[in-house]
Design a protein. Structure first.
Length: 301
């Protein structure tokens, strides 16, 4: 057994709050290396700081005996709505066990804000948090769902069903066009102001290129081809720069579609290989069982 953990002192609590206010949540190593705080927190590790901060910002459940703290936390959140520029930390003392709970309006997020049955304002806040995470990660090819989840969990305190909420929200954002999904990675879609500066001809050409050729009945197929031919004819009247930009955009979109198709094909091949392996295992098990039964019959005879 290791040495028992020492109880946190009020001086250590104050140092932790100062470090979070100075360096931000999640930068535990930076807080420990702070010249003014390192001597006070010298017996604490990164995990100690993270756990203590979570306990200081814990959301009080209705089953506990801390209703006063819960009500005060709600009042604190309501007060911060009146001043969007306020970044102060509101300190609340619990009568149950004298714990200090900090309600930080920007960093701390209660489970109510993540509930799927609440108002559209909370859903909009979750959208902003996801977009903020992808923007701050700033990965060239986009961010995977796991990377996004890790970033948000590092900065906030999401509820237990956060994984399901994140999956649903990423799907909604991709469907609405705010995010672009390529190879299971998400990146922020080009904003509408970028499209406003383009000519109507370029926009129409991009819309045709983004709509794949339909292989249904002959009428829809010939109509799509006629649209493409019309746009190709219009390209002849464009300036070389406009035509090059339109062609580059079409090529980029085609490459993204091809990449998604290749990923889907690889997944299908992997699933087929697993199915074949499972079938081979089942056949081998059946033969083994059949041979055992034959041996038993011979032994009885």
């Amino acid at each position: 057994m290791g040495a028992p953990k020492q109880r946190w002192t009020s001086e250590e609590d104050a140092a932790l709050r100062t470090g979070v206010a100075r360096h931000g949540v999640g930068n535990w190593r930076t807080i420990l290396n702070d010249p003014q705080l390192s001597s006070i927190l010298r017996y604490r590790s990164n995990v100690d700081l993270k756990d203590k901060w979570r306990n200081m910002n814990i959301t009080v459940t209705p089953l506990g005996s801390r209703d006063k703290v819960r009500t005060a936390a709600k009042k604190a959140r309501a007060a911060t709505k009146n001043d969007d520029h306020s970044t102060s930390i509101i300190t609340i003392t619990s009568d149950a066990d004298d714990e200090i709970i900090d309600a930080k309006p920007i960093v701390s997020v209660s489970s109510e804000a993540w509930n799927t049955s609440i108002s559209k304002e909370s859903h909009s806040r979750l959208d902003k948090i996801i977009l903020e995470a992808i923007k701050n990660l700033n990965e060239p090819t986009g961010s995977h769902k796991i990377t996004i989840a890790n970033y948000i969990e590092e900065q906030y305190w999401p509820p237990k069903d956060f994984d399901q909420l994140l999956s649903a929200k990423l799907k909604d954002l991709a469907t609405s066009g705010k995010l672009k999904k390529v190879r299971r990675k998400y990146r922020i879609a080009p904003s509408s102001p970028r499209l406003e500066g383009r000519s109507p001809k370029m926009l129409l050409l991009e819309d045709v290129q983004k709509d794949p050729l339909k292989v249904g009945n002959g009428a829809s197929k010939s109509l799509t081809r006629s649209q493409v031919d019309a746009e190709l004819a219009r390209m002849a009247t464009m300036t070389p720069e406009a035509a090059a930009a339109a062609a580059a955009s079409a090529v980029e979109e085609a490459e993204a579609i091809i990449a998604e198709a290749e990923a889907a094909a690889r997944e299908a091949e992997a699933a087929e290989a697993e199915a074949q392996a499972a079938q081979a295992f089942a056949e081998a098990a059946f033969l083994t069982l059949k041979n055992r039964n034959a041996v038993k019959l011979m032994a009885q005879g």
